[in-house]
Design a protein around this ligand. Sequence first.
Ligand code: UDP
Length: 240
Amino acid sequence: MDTTNPIYKRIILKLSGEALGGPAGMGIDPEEAEKIARKIKQIHDLGVQTAVVIGGGNLWRGAAGAARGMDEPTSHHIGMIGTVMNGLALQDALERAGVVTRVQTAVQMNAVAEPYIRLRAIRHLEKGRVVIITGGLGTPYFTTDTAAALRASEIKADIVIKATKVNGVYTADPKKDPTAQRYDKLTYQQVLKDKLQVMDMTAFTLCEENQMPILVLDFWNDDDLLRAVQGESGVGTLIS
Ligand code: UDP
């Protein structure tokens, strides 16, 4: 195992479900899962203890079902179960890449995953296993960003790395405004004052209250994740 200077000992990597999706970000594409696994393996090989919180937006979003007349908590339950499906797909890809993993879920599903147990998750990380945290918080109306924020504090992670398709936080939406500028660093207060989009408010507030740094980066750009954990500046936007 290479141990070249990771600056983080333990991270939460928040991956949205879309990362696993095919061209339209929907469904589960095993080839995308393999690409994700390769990137996670790179930082795992550096010795970074990695827990992945996986979303479910590629399969289902609770609010979308509710908007179409479904009972909202039921719709959120479907969303949470979707995150377990994604977690299993990611587990499969990581294990095929030679990374030992455990899937934990906040929604009990004993035949396919362990229950989320904080100390057990920490123990897996200490033993060099990647822990895939699914089921969000196990409670409707929340998001997996909020699960990432909360679990990060629980397992004493150094940082939440939010994997996106954009290389950080901008003054405006860079797709709509060509003059938009990327921030290298932000404080929690600046994000709130300027209403910058980082995470949903519940997730963001949890990070702020617990002084949990957030790094927003482009997961798909070259080795950005690897460079970030090696402390290279200018990768993504750090909020602290
Ligand atoms: N969800 C939930 N409680 C949680 C986490 C997730 O009810 O603690 C549901 C919610 O309906 C959400 C869906 O699961 O829309 C998928 O999660 P999320 O939207 O966070 O996925 P992502 O956007 O990261 O793919």
